[in-house]
Design a protein. Sequence first.
Length: 245
Amino acid sequence: MKMEELGFGYNLVRRNYCKHLKIKEASHKEVYIMKWQEYEKAVGELYKQMEEIGDLKTNITIPDRVTGHPRQVDVWWEIIGKGHTIGILVDAKLRKSKIDVKDIEEVLSLAKAVGANKSIIVTSHGWTMPAQKRAQFESMDIRLFTLDEALELVVEDYWKLCPICEDDCIILNIDGFFEHEGMVFWYLGGRCRKCKSAIAWCQDCGWKETLKIGEVQNCECEHEWGNDIEGLWLKFRGSEHKLYL
Ligand SMILES: [Zn+2]
Ligand SMILES: [Zn+2]
């Protein structure tokens, strides 16, 4: 079953890969918030990997200079040189469409409140021309970081050399969820481009195995996973129905 058939916001939930991401009760809002946090985490990771100088902290709070209230900051990057400290604020914006002037102003005000010397917005779907002009005027940088890029960064083994043929890659691009007795069940998998061996990864129990063509195995929650010529399939516990993923 593909997610489009379930009528969820496809772009937002298309690739919720993380194994720690378990959603038991589905609602559009919850899925949206989860995704948001994942994106923020990915942006933090991106800057951690890029960082060459300075000190970088992710997902912290900094007291508002005026009110003293804690303000949430996605990434805080501090560079110290010749006795001067420069604070850079990085704000992650996962959006379905382009960010606009209002978003720029919101981040500028946060940057001012926490005493940042520079601010950067990292966003998933681009920005409008007025937003770009506003940002340029304030010496703010805007960077594009797509959902796919974000996921490749936070998901372990997104690209994995096939352990069976050792000749090509298994890309974990089979993903989705369905509802079963009020619970949401998440799965993740991929097949080798060459020998068609598959990785099956149950997001509920964390079980992850490589299945050759014709191989069938049970995960810890007793769902049956198999791989045949037609593809990777799942037989939900207690069900006789083979579901091709
Ligand atoms: Zn292979
Ligand atoms: Zn399982």
